[in-house]
Design a protein around this ligand. Structure first.
Ligand code: MSP
Length: 505
């Protein structure tokens, strides 16, 4: 069986998850569900980045003396959010856990044996917000442009990683593997960074009290990014379960936001080359979105809590909206007005109505029973577009393909007018029309499963497809015309997207 290993960033837990974190996580969940349905053995990894100064400072600001207890509580908040959002990860790594400590130690030693760690004096700037060493050239008005705060001046003895040793190898790898960094705009950005700006990096901190100790030098703690990236190995048993590790490494894809590509596309691959491990197949960096045109920030007070959205609209609507509205890989805007529009238009009027009309007509004219099969060749190009788009992380195009089917089916209802066929007693035509529509709904439900799992399940249930029957065949076989069996009894169900109370804007 083929395996598919995918990851999200492990998030800092100095606050609650925002809709930005949910964005990456939902995209990953869609991929995980898609590849599982396709019959692959999927391993979907998530986690929390806990050895960060930010987390420690958040604990201190709250007067919490026991940092670990604070981290345990926050990790719980994050896990609960993902549970509530229906995320289907297989493992959740916390970087304060024992397995991770052991993996980091093993990795450090491998890099050290390669001769890629040396001691030196670091004298420069550090931005806590970025958890990164930065240069004067990065600053705007003496402040970090991302966090609008003055960086700390640091002079300390550190361990350094010979990142520059891998410059040529990295550039050659990127050139010969165009699919390694996606989309291509990010690839160009990284090439220019590696060529012009990349230097060796300090990978330990002498002044930190929290974090993983440097093997053999307890006075120093490992730099949080060097530690965090290794979670992608910890999660699949590096240093603990070699069999599992062999099965899943290299990762098929690391999904990340565009803010952290230097770490993922330069530092991480160089670390892997140093440790003698193969590189991930893809690193996909998506864009950032604003909220109603404004940058999302704590100071503006416009950070959207995904739980609130889900409580109002349900999981599927959030998943649909994020993936349809913001092209994956590009920047975008999350607008509540647009969300409402898409809810009323595409979800309630187009998809919801189609399902309820077709089921109601089958109830009325055919006693709720699936009629004889008929051949119909119409949707194969959309199904192809759906698969090929998901392969290249173009989720909005996959949804476009689904909506082409929704729209064609709605047009088919208008054109065939089953109520006229019934009135004129053209029973054969009526039956074949309804078979085509019911079978279209079945295909739609399967195509929707990765994106809107709750909605897809409801459609299947209304079509009388039981959950055991649901996945009795591989996904690709189920997406073939004519699998809906004549004689199946429909189960009239509830409205998929009920009318919402109009909201104050
Ligand atoms: N802990 C590091 C990642 C370590 S991975 C080895 C980190 N954490 S973070 O909590 O700051 O999360 C950053 C990520 O959150 C982004 O890369 C992106 O996935 C997601 N996003 C946060 N805000 C976002 C938007 N406004 N828009 C899109 N994605 C956003 O960096």
């Amino acid at each position: 069986m083929h395996s598919y290993y995918l990851t999200t960033p492990i998030y800092y837990i100095n606050g609650k998850p925002s809709i930005g974190h949910a964005y990456t996580t939902i995209a990953a969940d869609i991929l995980a569900r898609y590849h599982r349905l396709s019959g692959k053995q999927v391993f979907f990894l998530m986690g929390t980045d806990e050895n960060s100064q930010k987390n420690i400072e958040a604990a201190e600001a709250l007067g919490r003396e026991d940092v670990q207890v604070y981290l345990d509580e926050m990790a719980q908040v994050w896990k609960k959010t993902w549970e509530k959002l229906g995320i289907t990860h297989d493992r959740f790594v916390r970087t304060t856990e024992q397995d991770h400590y052991l993996a980091v130690e093993k990795f450090w030693k491998a890099v050290q044996e390669k001769g890629d760690i040396y001691q030196g004096e670091y004298s420069g700037l550090y931005c806590k917000g970025c958890e990164a060493f930065i240069t004067e050239a990065d600053l705007q008005d003496s402040l970090c442009p991302h966090h609008k705060k003055a960086p700390e001046k640091i002079v300390e003895k550190n361990y350094f990683f010979r990142l520059t040793k891998y410059r040529d190898e990295l550039l050659a790898y990127i050139a010969s593997h165009p699919e390694f960094i996606m989309p291509s705009s990010r690839r160009n950005e990284i090439i220019s960074y590696i060529e012009k700006f990349m230097t060796d990096v300090s990978i330990s901190r002498a002044s930190m009290k929290w974090g993983i100790p440097v093997p053999g030098d307890e006075e120093q703690r490992i730099y949080v990014w060097f530690d965090a990236l290794i979670n992608y190995l910890t999660g699949i048993g590096y240093g603990k379960d070699e069999k599992k590790f062999e099965q899943f490494w290299p990762a098929d894809v690391h999904l990340v936001g565009k803010d952290i590509i230097k770490f993922h596309c330069a530092l991480w691959p160089a670390m892997l080359l140093s440790a003698g491990l193969p590189l991930p197949k893809h690193i996909f960096a998506h864009g950032f979105f604003t909220i109603d045109g404004e940058k999302m920030s704590k100071s503006l007070g416009n950070v959207v809590d995904p739980i609130e959205v889900v409580e109002s609209y349900g999981n599927d609507v959030l998943r649909y909206f994020l993936m349809r509205e913001i092209r994956f890989g590009e920047d975008g805007d999350y607008s509540f007005a647009r969300m409402e529009e898409r809810y009323q238009g595409e979800l309630a009027n187009e998809l919801g109505n189609l399902v309820s009309r077709v089921c109601a007509m089958t109830g009325k004219y055919l006693e709720g029973t699936v009629p004889e099969k008929v051949d119909y060749q119409a949707f194969s190009e959309f199904i192809e577009q759906y698969h090929s788009s998901i392969q290249v992380f173009e989720f909005d195009r996959a949804l476009d393909a689904i909506w082409m089917i929704v729209r064609q089916a709605n047009q088919f209802v208008e054109q065939q007018k089953p109520w006229v066929l019934a009135k004129e007693e053209r029973t054969e035509e009526l039956a074949s029309t309804l078979y085509i529509l019911l079978e279209s709904l079945r295909l739609l439900a399967y195509l929707l499963l990765p994106f809107m799992p709750e909605t897809a399940e409801k459609i299947l249930e209304q079509l009388g497809i039981s959950s055991t029957q649901k996945t009795s065949q591989p996904f690709f076989d189920l997406l073939v015309w004519g699998k809906l069996e004549p004689g199946t009894k429909l189960n009239p169900g509830t409205v998929l997207f009920p009318r919402r109370e109009s909201r104050e804007s």
